[in-house]
Design a protein around this ligand. Structure first.
Ligand code: ARG
Length: 563
């Protein structure tokens, strides 16, 4: 039962659309005030009355029934009360036979619609550093969330596989590299060569590098074989990280893929009179929109990152006919995407409005800033390894007898890295701290995982206890709170998709785990007053485990059986 929608649909007119109204309805911090509350401050302007008066009128007009049994005004809010009996009945029905992690909150709202998500988009032969964490885990979470809501999702890794840097790399390799060393060192060895080139390159080497780049472009066998080798080493390296983070893609069409697809788009720009010359370059003038020109071709005729993105946008529309095309890319590229979307709009493409830049903030480490400048790189792999190592130590202290410690540590450590990037609203800059991320009592994934393990152990113990009829027991305050928290999961998933904000689910996980733990402290199960009440509590525990597991898994985080 979606109570917010239920209430919104029955409220008298406020001048606000029902969907928006439903989102405004919140859960009051103190349950004694009511189960849901509608703040009336936003209506004051529309209705030209005080919020308090509006609240009174809305409460008086609200048609109470056996689902929402009361509405009361209090200081600018309308507080709604749910009928517990009716709620319990519908809650039991929802979770009847629910297996761990089954599809509660999934829906068909996306049926027949496609969402493209461009995320992670690694650069060949460059370090996969902590700056790539957010795009990777945010994109992957959005991927799972949209899938869960019934959309067809296309995950795209728009590889950075084109550019003069590959000419430099070939020069550096030929000068200082050797095959065994690079095979052994993989991407680290490649990166070292590239850094060395940037530190030591002479005029002569720069010239050579340009020539090597030209050779790649002209299809030269040796140059391309080297490039493909660097690419396969890079992909093998990031592939391992993707596996640990549970990240997958449907397409690896990178920048190179679009080289032969730019022509028609450039022609169209010309035909539409959008291409002008500026200092020898071909650009789209965006001055009228307060933006610098969008460069399509450089004065030497070469294409740019943006040109390839323009071709990619058309290709995606044609190939996938998307409803939305998301770009999960750091806010540093705000201007790039604003320009790109504007150019599409100027070309008369009505789907320009379906292009979304999902921007996010920077991640740095508590013990040293993230830097991609020469040599000083924080590799994502190292952050994950270190977090898993620390997780193992923490687990050792907490529970020395734990079986499968390495497996559990992997789930806890990787989970902490993912959760660290997803817990705050995406646009905020984040300072990642290993200790905070692994705090069992904090707002952390390990806290939620531990709560799941606690649920599992409660259920295990309950197997040998007599269980009565849960429907014959009354939902007390704590039971009701927990059931309500669980029942808000479907709305939470929808909100996460609507705002491209997986943090909504991360917060729901922490809040709900806290609600469960209050219930756990106050509501004994083995010592329950009677078997009916015990059955009710066991049922709630099973539901909590199931939905919390699902919440974490949408974020890409696994749940150990025991902790
Ligand atoms: N490889 C780029 C970078 O590291 C990100 C690409 C994002 N996707 C895109 N279609 N522009 O900055």
């Amino acid at each position: 039962m979606d109570y917010r929608t239920y209430i919104a649909e029955r409220l008298p007119a406020t001048g606000m659309e029902k969907g928006e109204l439903a989102e405004l309805i919140a859960v009051p911090p103190d349950p004694s005030m009511g189960d849901y509350a509608l703040p009336c401050f936003k209506f004051a302007k529309i209705l030209h009355k005080s919020p308090a008066l509006i609240a009174e009128e809305l409460a008086a007009q609200y048609p109470a029934d056996d689902v929402v049994c009361g509405a009361e005004a209090a200081g600018g809010y309308v507080n709604f009360r749910i009928d517990r009996r009716a709620f319990a009945t519908s809650f039991f029905r929802t979770f009847e036979g629910e297996e761990r992690g089954a599809g509660y909150g999934s829906s068909e709202e996306g049926a027949g619609k496609t969402v493209c998500i461009d995320y992670s988009s690694v650069n060949i032969a460059k370090p996969f550093h902590i700056g790539h964490l957010s795009t990777t885990v945010l994109g992957a979470a959005l991927y799972r969330i949209f899938k869960y809501l019934g959309y067809k999702v296309v995950g795209i890794n728009h590889l950075g596989d084109y550019g003069t840097q590959f000419g430099k790399l070939i020069s550096a390799y030929k000068k200082w590299g050797n095959r065994e060393e690079v095979e052994r060192g993989g991407i680290h060895a490649i990166n070292d060569l590239y850094v060395r080139f940037n530190n030591e390159a002479t005029e002569e080497m720069e010239r050579e590098a340009r020539e090597n780049f030209r050779l790649i472009e002209s299809g030269d066998g040796e140059a391309n074989a080297l490039f493909e080798w660097f690419k396969s080493l890079t992909m093998a390296y990031v592939g391992k990280i993707y596996d640990r983070l549970r990240v997958t893609f449907d397409s690896y069409a990178g920048e190179r893929f679009y080289l032969d697809k730019m022509g028609p788009v450039i022609d169209e720009l010309k035909e539409k009179g959008l291409l002008v010359e500026s200092q020898g370059a071909q650009v789209v003038d965006l001055e009228a929109y307060g933006m610098p020109p969008f460069i399509v071709l450089r004065s030497d005729g070469a294409s740019l990152y943006g040109t390839r993105d323009l071709a990619a946008a058309f290709y995606r529309k044609k190939t996938y006919n998307f409803e939305k095309c998301l770009y999960v890319v750091a806010y540093q590229q705000n201007l790039h995407f604003k320009q790109l979307f504007k150019v599409l709009e100027l070309m008369g493409e009505d789907w320009a409005k379906d292009m979304v830049h999902v921007a996010y903030g920077m991640v740095s480490l508590e013990d040293g800033a993230m830097s991609t400048r020469k040599g000083k790189v924080v590799w994502l792999e190292d952050v994950i390894d270190r977090c898993v190592e620390k997780a193992e130590k923490v687990l050792e202290e907490k529970n020395p007898a734990l079986e499968n410690k390495a497996d559990v540590a992997e789930k806890v450590g990787v989970g902490a890295v993912i959760f660290g990037a997803l817990y705050n609203s995406k646009i905020k800059d984040i300072v990642f701290s290993y200790d905070k991320a692994l705090n069992f009592d904090g707002e952390t994934s390990v806290y939620v995982q531990y709560t799941c393990a606690r649920c599992a152990s409660v259920l295990e113990k309950a197997k040998s206890l007599p269980l009565g009829n849960k429907s014959a027991a009354d939902l007390g305050g704590r039971e009701f709170e927990l059931a309500k928290a669980l029942a808000s999961f479907p709305d939470t998933v929808k909100a996460a998709a609507k705002n491209y904000e997986p943090s909504v689910i991360a917060r729901w996980c922490v809040d709900t785990a806290q609600t469960f733990n209050k219930f756990y402290l106050d509501c004994p199960i083995a010592q329950a007053e009677n078997a009916d009440l015990r059955a009710l509590r066991v049922h709630l525990t099973r539901a909590a485990l199931s939905v919390l597991t699902r919440g974490l898994s949408l974020l890409g985080i696994g749940v150990p059986e025991k902790m």
